[in-house]
Design a protein around this ligand. Structure first.
Ligand code: GLU
Length: 416
């Protein structure tokens, strides 16, 4: 469940384990555990009924030492400032692990877009952007899609910002439709990065990805593309669940057919190519790879003991609580953490921003080639650190990230 519990506290626990091992000095520790800016706005919207509703929105710029804040905007009823702050911190570490010149940001609006009309969502998007307009910009803070926001929402963000500044500014937001300055391959980039991490994990574990079994929780932009690309590498995706239900086929699921089904029915539930499966049961399956690609706090002390997967590739942000993660690590489960595993998305966003600023657009093959290079490099750096410090991949990813952000913080010095 998103917004539940102390998510920022979980981020701090992860941070502390790494910072302790690095002997991080207390001053830098304090800076890196404090959000730079937290913005709270009220967005009044006239609903289709004629009623006026006021929605609360947040934008957090956690750290901008490496460059403009970068991170998505989510629309969800359970959004909280605590959650958005944790997500903005994770973006900071993710950009640093991926070696892209961005800081970390995140936005969220408390709303339930599944119960809103297209016009209401558009009005809310435009008003939210107008409320945070002074804080965002191609050199300041660059939003992107996240849970329940998509290319259309990004187009409205770009348009609203452009109307305010008086010219078309494509680099204000990433994840745009390709015809509006979006990048080829961006939509698939997060799932592609997850696939690359699963492939690299298999190589490290000396497992054959061909024929390996995979379970995917969540079939949105991340889960569906991960499943599709892994099945193209001849892995057997045997189970998929989403917000409504799930489907299991012990041989394998026909992912292209499942994607067609979801286009029509908006859920994997009821797909005729397998048996029904509950969201709880997907965690109990004896599979090689488990890919949580939904929301935070999915793997907890309540279900960690049921998990039989050999490796977990975190497509979502924060799907595993710190105490559950410790148990998995002690049991020898290889966990590729969110700040590495789903970094393909923001890396694709970086490529989009670069193309917007150059006004020169790359082929999809070029985007995928550069993404492959960045992901393999990031995976390699984290694995090397994990082996050197004899720690799990999450702690190692934090060590890599903290080291990079701490280095620029020391170089830049204090302005006071
Ligand atoms: N929302 C995505 C994430 O959590 C992408 C962020 C971006 O591209 O800026 O990584």
């Amino acid at each position: 469940m998103t917004g539940n519990g102390n998510i920022f506290g979980a981020m701090l626990q992860e941070f502390d384990s790494a910072a302790r091992l690095m002997n991080l000095e207390p001053g830098i520790w304090r800076i890196l555990t404090s959000p730079k800016r937290q913005i709270i706005v009220s967005c009044p919207i006239q609903m289709d009924s004629g009623e006026i509703e006021v929605f609360t929105g947040y934008r957090v710029q956690y750290n901008i030492s490496l460059g403009p804040a970068k991170g998505g905007i989510r629309y969800h009823p359970d959004v909280t400032l605590d959650e958005v702050t944790a997500l903005a911190a994770w973006m900071t570490w993710k950009c640093a692990v991926s070696q892209i010149p961005f800081g970390g940001g995140k936005g969220g609006v408390i709303c339930d877009p599944t119960r809103m009309s297209r016009r209401e969502i558009e009005s809310l998007t435009r008003r939210y952007v107008a409320e945070i307009i002074d804080a965002i910009g191609p050199d300041k803070d660059v939003p992107a899609p996240d849970v329940n926001t998509n290319e259309q929402v990004m187009a409205w963000i770009m348009d609203t910002y452009s109307m305010h500044v008086g010219h078309t500014e494509t680099a204000i937001v990433t994840g745009k439709p390709v015809v509006l300055g979006g990048s080829l391959g961006r939509r698939e980039a997060t799932g592609r990065g997850v696939m690359i991490c699963a492939r690299e994990a298999a190589r490290h574990m000396e497992m054959d990805l061909r024929g390996a079994t995979v379970a995917v929780q969540g079939f949105g932009n991340v889960g569906s593309v991960s499943a599709d690309l892994l099945s193209k590498l001849a892995a057997r995706v045997v189970a998929v669940t989403d917000w409504k239900g799930g489907v299991y086929n012990e041989a394998y699921l026909d992912i292209p057919a499942l994607m067609d089904w979801v286009k029509e029915h908006k859920t994997v539930d009821g797909f005729p190519g397998g048996h029904p499966l509950s969201n709880d049961d997907i965690f109990k399956l004896e599979v090689d790879f488990l890919i949580p690609a939904a929301l935070e706090n999915q793997i907890t002390l309540d279900n960690v003991h049921d998990i039989k997967a050999k490796a977990i590739i975190e497509g979502a942000n924060g799907p595993t609580t710190p105490d559950a993660h410790k148990i998995l690590h002690d049991r020898g489960v290889f966990v590729v953490p969110d700040i590495l595993a789903n970094g393909g998305g923001v890396t694709g966003s970086y490529f989009e921003w670069v193309q917007n600023r150059h006004g020169y657009y790359w082929s999809e093959a070029e985007v995928n080639r550069q993404l492959e290079e960045k992901m393999v490099e990031a995976f390699g750096a984290v694995l090397k650190t994990a082996l050197k410090f004899k720690v799990d991949m999450r702690t190692a990813a934090y060590i890599v990230a903290i080291d990079r952000v701490a280095t620029v913080t020391r170089l830049r010095g204090m302005y006071a």
